[in-house]
Design a protein around this ligand. Sequence first.
Ligand SMILES: Nc1ncnc2c1ncn2[C@@H]1O[C@H](COP(=O)(O)OP(=O)(O)OP(=O)(O)O)[C@@H](O)[C@H]1O
Length: 704
Amino acid sequence: MKSIAIVLDYIEESNKHNGVKDTLRKNIKEVFGNRIQVNIYFINRLNENNLIEDDLILAMASSRAIRIRPFVRSPENIIIIERTFLKKYIYPLFSIPANTDVLVINDDIETIIESVSCLYGIGVKHLNLIPAEPSKDYSNIDIALSPSADPKIIPKHIKNVIDIGHRVLDTPTMLLIINKFNINDKTVHQNLYNYCKKILSSNIGIQKNYNDLFTRTEELDYLLDLSNDGILLTSSDGKILVYNKKFKEIFNIKKEIIGQFLHNVLEGLNMESYYDDKFYNNLIFYRKKYINLQKKNLIHYNKERRLYFNFQEVTYIKKLEQNLSKQLREKGQIAKYTFDNIIGDSDAMINIIEMSRKIAKSDLTVLITGESGTGKEVIAQAVHNASKRHNQPFVAINCAAVPDSLLESELFGYVKGSFTGALKDGKKGLFEQANNGTIFLDEIGDMPTTLQSKLLRVLQERQIMPIGSQQVIDIDVRIIAATHRNPTDMVKEGTFRKDLFYRLNVFPLHLPALRDRIEDVPVLLKHFINKKFSFSKQCINLLTTYDWPGNIRELKNVAEYISTIEEGNEVTLKSLPNYLIETNIKKSCSFDIKNEFSTYFEKEKKFLEEKTCFSTALIVLKAVEYLNEINKTAGRKHLLETLERQNTPIQESQLRKNLKILNKLKFIITKKGRSGSYITQNGKDFLRYQSKYINKLVEKLANK
Ligand SMILES: Nc1ncnc2c1ncn2[C@@H]1O[C@H](COP(=O)(O)OP(=O)(O)OP(=O)(O)O)[C@@H](O)[C@H]1O
């Protein structure tokens, strides 16, 4: 414990100095509590063989400081105190009429003069303060001011003796002590603030500045304490500079921790590992509690690095979870599939689920390959939901569905005024929206090469730079990419960057086509059909020998078809869509089935040929189906863009006409407003029936 010496002038005689001694001791205790020990010395009892060893020595005046120097071990620790009066004693003086003669009485002339000058200094200027000299006659004065009110020294005729109390330590002296002992304790500042309110400082400037600073710090502390997170600021080597109440609460800390090292305060958590200049977002376990720790670096203008820590109790996060999930759901940024919703009995599927569960535990990048409809997105969602990021956003983007010109701004965002047509306030990119969560980059193989190099940088640096911005943003996002193409072939062809491929292919997952795990067909059908059905033998035969080019997505559609069409309990060939039967017959029989099925959709085909250009109608219908499948609104704008992308552009007027005709045939339903068109089962069947014709047509048009 630090100690302070107070050196008084004379030996204590008949308790003469008790007042001063007790007052100063009381002042120090009031501000510093038991943090400082006070020792009292008397000047005429000091001995050169017994030096004062205290950390700070308070002298009453400079003349006394010189006198005590030889008796002090470290004279540089001597400070000359400043004293003042308490408000409660001084305010009554203002009721004495101006220019009244008032005698100031004390033990000796030196202290009397000091008191008079101090009274003038604090603003008692309306009275004629007269220092009482022992030999003089003051019979014309009938008011006296005295701190001790010792009756012996007060002239008999004076009846009105006003007690002005002993002088107390002034603000600058208190601040000097704080400074000398490097005290940064909040309670001490709170005590000094209260103490200042009671005294009339002769140094108004210092007192006012101190009070202002204290009030501001108090307000900031108040704001910090409002937070539900534990907040902490340390120097770059972990010395605690600022903390809030919640921090102490989370870690059950009772003592003062300012100036201590964080790794000593939170023992066993290896806090030193956070002192580097990286960003962290980790879940830690401390005394039966899960706590989410975030650490950021703050660089001040003077280039000194500070570490900002934020701690959230998981119980509290849990409460936030519902709120957050609601918001994410509203934004469509939630992954609904978990491993429990993934159906599959085949060895291949069991293997994939097992692998994926392991992958979910890590934070590494995953590349999922497989034909369209094999469940790549479903797996990506399940991995996200089984990962530690499951409470954070899952943001999916189909790189093939967004025009190249827009893909960059969709992914990285832009700042305001970046380009014509940009939103007024700029736009957050999907990477930023996915921060702390997962981004699913579907059809990565369709990403233009210019963007591939930008993506590579994101993967390397974990930073993004919005279009038009000069600043990079740190992001913490898990990347899961998928493609129905063969990335190795694309790298060979030079359409996909080799370095990007290696960065993405950290965890490769290949989903086999449904035809290669045909044993999954019955369980999937059972899962998707919500009624209880039995299947005829032929039906099972057909469904398990069919190729399923559209994989599980196609099977889901067939299941939907069956649920709608079949009114009985048994699914027979009749309950299946026409195109399935056609393909199967073609597969198992050598004769051309064209004649047998030539009556299918004959009327519709004729109607189309009469009303419009047959091939255009087919292409429009196919484009509606495609946009529906990727969950994009099949409105006129998207349809025109899609047709343009596949090199089969048409005029808007043509599109409108064809949509109308397709609606008439009930191949599509176009809803009013902005929800666009939807292909009906009839439309889908018609397309399947015409599928070869369409593929040829698209190929032909694309090569024209
Ligand atoms: N194993 C599975 N269990 C249950 N449903 C599945 C499974 N796999 C896929 N599905 C269903 O099939 C549909 C298509 O799956 P998904 O969108 O994940 O395929 P994809 O491979 O990402 O397709 P694309 O390459 O066309 O984007 C989904 O709507 C999902 O309901």
